[in-house]
Design a protein around this ligand. Structure first.
Ligand SMILES: [Zn+2]
Length: 65
């Protein structure tokens, strides 16, 4: 299971730049299993990016370049 905790701004990211991140649910260390390579201007964008990544990895993991 992969979950997105609240706004990414809680992490050490520069203000006004957001990155979509995925965490292993149940991992108490909150180790990132994925981070997008973009620099989103809004939380909404990063969340959408994360959701797209989730959707791609939800059923069968596939290489989509
Ligand atoms: Zn992104």
């Amino acid at each position: 299971m992969i979950a997105f905790p609240g706004p990414p701004g809680m992490h050490a990211v520069p203000p006004l730049v957001y990155k979509a991140e995925a965490y292993e649910e149940g991992d108490r260390f909150r180790e990132r299993v994925w981070t997008c390579s973009h620099a989103h201007q809004t939380v909404e964008e990063s969340l959408r990016c994360g959701n797209e990544w989730l959707a791609r990895h939800d059923d069968h993991v596939s290489e989509s370049a």
